[in-house]
Design a protein around this ligand. Structure first.
Ligand SMILES: O=C(O)CCC(=O)C(=O)O
Ligand SMILES: [Fe+2]
Length: 207
């Protein structure tokens, strides 16, 4: 584990290789336990009901969900099982303490699973009431092409090939930057049993 990293812009920090292989394996085991309790589901875009290519679940007091009728929101229960989300694994709470610089703990951890064809369009994370806290993001499994821009959709973007164990922090002036995942590179990691990528984002929702 390393605490160093690069500041790409004010509030925007890239920490490659934050988690070593053993820590990545432990995280995957913890996420498998989360998924066993709170299964991955297919999120749908507001209004159109179009399925996203990424499958999702959450852990924490709140989880980010979306569907056709009610759109983007945080809620305390899984949209399909109706059960509360499982707890955020301790390793991730430790990560938040180490890199967020924010006193209160995260309330939500969104778990995204990308199969080799999945992607995520350029967007801002802005469904949280508390924008003072950063978003802390962890990559596991296959590499991806991650794109980050500025706070306007039309700002120029930079691309990074994120690898398993990498951490990204969006806070401060960069809290509302546009970002997305253009593609997955299947077969670039041996961490997961099947090709694909897991992304975890820790978020503070309420002040
Ligand atoms: O998969 C990623 O690296 C980014 C995920 C993301 O932006 C999100 O869930 O809001
Ligand atoms: Fe996002």
């Amino acid at each position: 584990m390393t605490e160093t990293g690069h500041d790409l812009a004010p509030g925007l920090r890239y920490v490659p290789d934050h988690f070593d292989r053993a820590a990545q394996e432990a995280l995957v085991a913890a996420i498998r336990a989360v998924v066993a309790d709170a299964p991955l589901y297919v999120p749908r875009m507001p209004k159109t009901g179009k399925a996203m290519s990424v499958r999702m679940t959450n852990c924490g007091a709140l989880g980010w969900v979306t569907d056709k009728d009610n759109g983007y929101r945080y809620q305390p229960t899984h949209p399909e099982t109706g059960r509360p989300w499982p707890a955020i694994p301790q390793t991730l709470l430790g990560l938040w303490e180490a890199v967020s610089g924010f006193a209160k703990p995260p309330e939500a951890c969104l778990v995204n699973f990308y199969d080799p064809e999945a992607k995520m369009g350029l967007h801002q994370d802005r469904d949280e009431t508390d924008l003072a806290a950063p978003v802390v993001s962890v990559s596991l499994g296959d590499q991806c092409l991650f794109r980050v821009g500025g706070t306007s959709r039309s700002d120029p973007t930079r691309s990074f090939r994120l690898s398993s164990g990498d951490v990204f922090v969006f806070g401060g002036e960069s809290r509302l930057i546009f970002h997305g995942v253009d593609r997955i590179y299947p077969g670039t990691s041996t961490l997961l049993r099947n090709p694909g990528r897991i992304n975890l984002t820790l978020r503070r929702v309420n002040p």
